[in-house]
Write a protein that binds this ligand. Structure first.
Ligand SMILES: C[S@@+](CC[C@H](N)C(=O)[O-])C[C@H]1O[C@@H](n2cnc3c(N)ncnc32)[C@H](O)[C@@H]1O
Length: 253
């Protein structure tokens, strides 16, 4: 069976660079100008209305990968749970939580790699964050309730995004915020076509993912903001993936 990219060394290297590499690397100038760096931090700084949060707020970062958004949520929330399916990603996030930094290698050209360092910003209280391995479509029942749930670039990687979204109203407190960011890259290898929320024609009509999100979430949530958030994944020194996620923030009624 093919190795799961999110549990591979290459996936770990690419996500550590994406989450913690903005300061580390001499990025080609255009990417910084395009606002494509630090996507996991911008999901929080642009997606969250921090002024709405109560004291002692709780946050859940679903599909947290190597954890940068979870740490950014800890700037505003007293308790953050970062949850991901990948044991490798969670082990790296946990090491960052304990030590504040870790050394890793980026892929440069073929087999050639370069030593790098991932660093959690020093003004973040890492004790507020907990990481755990879990499945966003089968969340444990004793998670409690939250003032913020972030799903960054997750829905189009789930087998059943609807199953996950339907659980959220029961997890978010009234006035709490749900941030869904996604480039809507639907692939049958992650999500069976019948479970795609959008990017498909049904009854001869095109179905857009944002419209499906609005239909699914509207009974319990009100749309508060909707914006484009570019992101950049560096595969090696001369190959990058540029994506543009749509981030929508929904407030629990
Ligand atoms: C495209 S990455 C996005 C990671 C991170 N949120 C970001 O924005 O950089 C998708 C992440 O979702 C995780 N994932 C995939 N299926 C999952 C599931 N069923 N439950 C929890 N996490 C899952 C993957 O391991 C991976 O870390």
């Amino acid at each position: 069976m093919a190795e799961n990219y999110y549990d591979s060394q290459r996936g770990a290297s690419e996500y550590l660079l994406m989450h913690y590499g903005a300061a580390e690397l001499g990025w080609p100038a255009g990417w910084a100008k395009a606002g494509a760096l630090d996507f996991p931090a911008r999901c929080v700084s642009s997606g969250l209305d921090a002024a709405r949060l109560p004291a002692q707020a709780r946050a859940l970062d679903l599909g947290c990968a190597v954890g940068r958004s979870s740490f950014e949520l800890a700037r505003h929330c007293a308790e953050v749970i970062g949850l991901d399916f990948s044991q490798r990603f969670i082990a790296l996030a946990e090491r960052l939580r304990q030590r504040g930094s870790l050394r890793f290698k980026s892929f440069e050209e073929g087999d050639l790699t370069k030593a790098r360092r991932a660093l959690v910003p020093s003004d973040i209280d890492r004790r507020r964050v907990k990481f755990e391995v879990g499945n966003a479509t089968r969340l444990r029942t004793d998670l409690g309730s939250f003032d913020v749930i972030l799903m960054a670039n997750l829905i189009d990687r789930l087998n059943s995004p609807l199953q996950c979204l339907e659980r959220l109203a029961g997890l978010i407190r009234p006035g709490g915020q749900l941030i869904v960011a996604s480039p809507y890259t639907w692939l049958a290898s992650y999500t069976p076509r019948r479970n795609w929320l959008g990017g498909i024609a049904r009854g001869g009509r095109p179905v857009r993912t944002f419209d499906a999100l609005r239909r699914i979430l509207s009974p319990h949530f009100k749309l508060a903001r909707r914006l484009d958030l570019p992101f950049l994944i560096r595969e090696h020194a001369r190959k990058y993936q540029l994506g543009i996620s749509e981030a929508s923030t929904w407030v629990r009624r």
